[in-house]
Write a protein that binds this ligand. Structure first.
Ligand code: ZN
Length: 489
């Protein structure tokens, strides 16, 4: 053993310690500490939200059972029985059908969410959430989840590399009783494992080197209803338009090379996950989407509902990017028409732009489709941020992740993509107004504006492009009035 340990150094991150073979350090990626910290923060929020939702569901069921038994004018014995049968129904497909009927009227409703997620037994107890770390390498992430997130259940760590699994098993032992009781490591192809464990994990974590695209189809099937899929993509060159056709083949979406490309990368990944989910009558609700360092990472909840799935075309858009100026426009794929309480689903009206850009006369490139619905749930973001702040010492990357979360909490949630003030000025060949001046001009024109975590110079606004250009023209005029008199004649 002593001889064995000489070959290793111990690396500690958070509560977890891993043995690192000095000859082979590829396992440990220090830049990923932000990623792991953020995931732990989201996981902690997930554990408490899941508990809340389960409690709300139980009391709702109890109430409706009580109502039913009042109608029957029966005694308390029957009431008990009907509560139990309601829970039983929750696990069968029958209940799902009923919920789908109801949710037709309110298409965005996710009210059916906790039906299957809870695995609640007859006494209404919630089992601790099961986590799958599909591509675990040395197991650092799985160990941190198990040791640091209170209330977490089993963590299954997979890898299809024998040496990684051996390292992971060694690390589990090295981390002591909590790790040994909670973490299990298997040699497996993640895709096969996830396909053969459908709707079994409350959280599925995909953190591949490169693209997650080949894992998405099985991952969306392995998550329980209301569970969470966490997914990283590090192939930013592909997602940002370096090879548009490669991106299209992997994600089914064409990227554009705008300043907003990193946000577009997030939205392409979300659209791709949604399309995989749709194949199984499922859909996603993003809670947090982050671009950091050299990767994007999204946290989405997965639900099953054939009727709610009809809303997918409303959440996707093509993007027209002018090749001559900074103007871009979104073309939604679908739309709805409401008549009384019924909703009709129709293809989107188009084209949303003329053949030539009305601002500069050049043609447009078309990219997408991207996810154009919100990429964060602001209530979640607030909860995650509060959680992080209240446990400051527990996060080795506290400064970074709290800063990112703060910026995200201030982002306009319903405005896809963003403009760059520098680019606007480069197009007009003018000096840049300060962000403060530009922001107040947009607000004075009656529109909203915010920053973006993706780019410190990026500005999100719901102002139409012609309003933006009007503001910029005013600025150019103002500048020429100010500076002309001082120019030497
Ligand atoms: Zn243009």
């Amino acid at each position: 053993m002593a001889e064995d340990l000489q070959d290793y150094t111990v690396i500690k991150e958070g509560e977890a310690e891993i043995l690192m073979n000095v000859k082979n350090q590829v396992f440990f990626n220090k830049a990923q500490v932000n990623n792991r910290d953020l995931s732990i923060a989201v996981l902690r929020t997930f554990v408490s939200k899941r508990q809340e939702e389960h409690g709300a569901m139980l009391s709702k069921r109890k109430k409706s059972a009580e109502k039913a038994s009042e109608k029957d004018a029966s005694g308390p014995a029957v009431e008990e029985a009907s509560t139990e049968s309601a829970l039983d129904n929750g696990k069968s497909n029958g209940e799902c059908e009923v919920h789908e009927e109801i949710s037709q009227d309110e298409p965005c409703s996710v009210s059916e969410e906790p039906v299957k997620n809870s695995e609640g037994n007859h006494h209404g107890e919630l089992k601790p959430p099961r986590v799958l770390e599909a591509l675990s390498a040395s197991g650092l992430r799985a160990l941190r989840y198990a040791r640091e997130v209170e209330g977490i259940g089993k963590v299954v760590a997979l890898d299809n590399d024998k040496a990684s699994v051996e390292a992971c098993q060694k690390n589990i032992k090295f981390n002591g009783s909590v790790a040994i009781s909670k973490v299990e490591s298997h040699l497996a192809d993640a895709r096969v494992y996830m396909l053969t464990h459908p709707k079994e994990f409350d959280v599925v974590d995909l953190d591949p080197y490169g693209s997650p695209s080949v894992f998405l189809d099985s991952a969306v099937q392995s998550v329980v209803d209301g569970g969470m899929l966490m997914c990283t993509a590090t192939d930013m060159a592909v997602l940002c338009g370096g090879n548009g056709e490669v991106c299209y083949s992997k994600y089914g979406s064409y990227p554009l090379r705008g300043k907003y490309c990193h946000e577009m990368a997030l939205r392409i990944l979300l659209a791709s996950i949604e399309s995989h989910a749709n194949r199984y009558k499922r859909y996603i609700v993003p809670v947090l989407s982050v671009q950091m360092n050299f990767y994007v990472r999204v946290f989405v909840r997965v639900y099953t509902s054939a009727s709610a799935m009809k809303n997918t075309p409303l959440k996707l858009s093509y993007v027209y990017q002018c090749i001559g100026c900074d103007s871009y426009h979104l073309q939604p794929i679908g739309r709805t028409m409401s008549k009384g309480s019924s909703v009709r689903y129709l293809p989107g009206f188009g084209p949303i732009v003329p053949q030539e850009c009305s601002d500069c006369g050049k043609k447009y490139n078309m990219g997408g489709p991207i996810w154009s619905a919100p990429i964060h749930d602001q209530e979640w973001v607030t909860s995650v941020l509060e959680g992080v702040k209240s446990m400051k010492d527990q996060y080795p990357a506290y400064d970074r992740i709290s800063a990112v979360l703060t910026t995200i909490s201030e982002e306009l949630p319903d405005v896809p993509l963003f403009l760059s003030l520098h680019n606007l000025c480069a197009t007009l060949k003018c000096t840049s107004p300060s962000a403060v001046i530009f922001r107040s001009a947009v607000i004075n024109a009656g529109y909203r504006i915010s920053g973006t975590h993706v780019n410190p110079l990026g500005l999100k606004s719901d102002a139409p492009m012609d309003v933006i250009w009007d503001i910029m023209r005013c600025w150019v005029r103002l500048m020429s009035n100010v500076f002309l008199p001082v120019l030497p004649s």
